[in-house]
Ligand binder design. Structure first.
Ligand code: MF3
Ligand code: CO
Length: 247
């Protein structure tokens, strides 16, 4: 069941999303060689709490931190640790915020320095572009898997692969609501997109194969073949007139 949001609910989601965006903007300025993922997490959590909001991921199904930090071949759900970033790393930061009953959720992948490889930079660019195309496809009147196809067609044209085991999702008073939004699918199929839907669209793209493994920590998802992976996520609101990126 897909919950359509009222204007009042959109306003609350908008506030949570603004904090998500500000957190990611802040963390972007802190990403550099030598900083640990635990330090990044602390900065993120403290910022969110300073806004009287809650880091939504902390304690969710037992996840221990407020910011997911996933380096290189780590796809999503990396756990902050004392590992320090290196100049050639890429790092995905995923932030969720809860305030006044409503969630916001977004992620971006950053280069730790300009020393990251050309192939890593291209992966990030194509993944971000695929999210932009997916957002453009998320118009009222289109169908759900138009979003999925927008991601898949763009990244597979580059020889990349779409992670199958994790999907985007509806979001609102719960972090994960219907519908599930795979990043692969057949265009012009799936439910019709309607005004009032709020969706977290989140392509996770690997240079190599799409197979994943979860590390012994029970959370960190990595590429099975060790290839690099990137992750970009927006929370978007579908209104009659346009698709609005909230975070
Ligand atoms: N953006 C991810 C999601 O929507 C992050 C979840 S991390 C978790 O599923 F810890 F909350 F699981
Ligand atoms: Co999400």
């Amino acid at each position: 069941m897909i919950l359509l949001k009222s204007p009042k609910e959109i306003d609350k989601i908008r506030v949570s999303c603004r904090i998500v965006k500000e957190t990611l903007d802040l963390l972007k300025t802190k990403v550099r060689p030598g900083i640990s993922t635990k330090e990044l997490n602390k900065i993120g959590e403290e910022f969110i709490c300073s806004k009287k909001a809650k880091p939504a991921f902390k304690g969710y199904m037992g996840y221990p931190a407020g910011v997911c930090t996933s380096i290189n071949d780590e796809i999503v759900h990396g756990i902050p640790s004392d590992r320090k970033l290196q100049d050639t790393d890429i790092i995905s930061l995923d932030v969720g915020v809860w305030l006044d009953g409503y969630f916001g959720d977004a992620a971006r992948t950053f280069a730790v320095s300009t020393n990251v490889s050309q192939e890593a930079q291209q992966l990030m660019r194509i993944t971000e572009e695929s999210l932009e195309l997916a957002v453009a496809a998320a118009k009222a009147g289109n169908r759900l898997y138009d979003i999925s196809y927008a991601v898949q067609s763009h990244v597979e044209a580059q020889g990349y692969s779409v992670v199958r085991q994790f999907v985007g999702h509806g979001i609102g008073a719960s972090l994960h609501e219907d519908p599930q939004i795979p990043n692969f699918g057949k265009p012009h199929t799936g439910i019709k997109l309607k005004s009032g839907m709020v969706l977290a669209i989140e392509p996770m793209i690997n240079i190599g194969g799409y197979e994943i493994e979860v590390l012994d920590d029970g959370w960190t998802a990595v590429t099975k073949d060790g290839s690099l992976s990137a992750h970009f996520e927006h929370t978007v609101y579908i209104s009659d007139k346009r698709v609005e990126i909230l975070a």
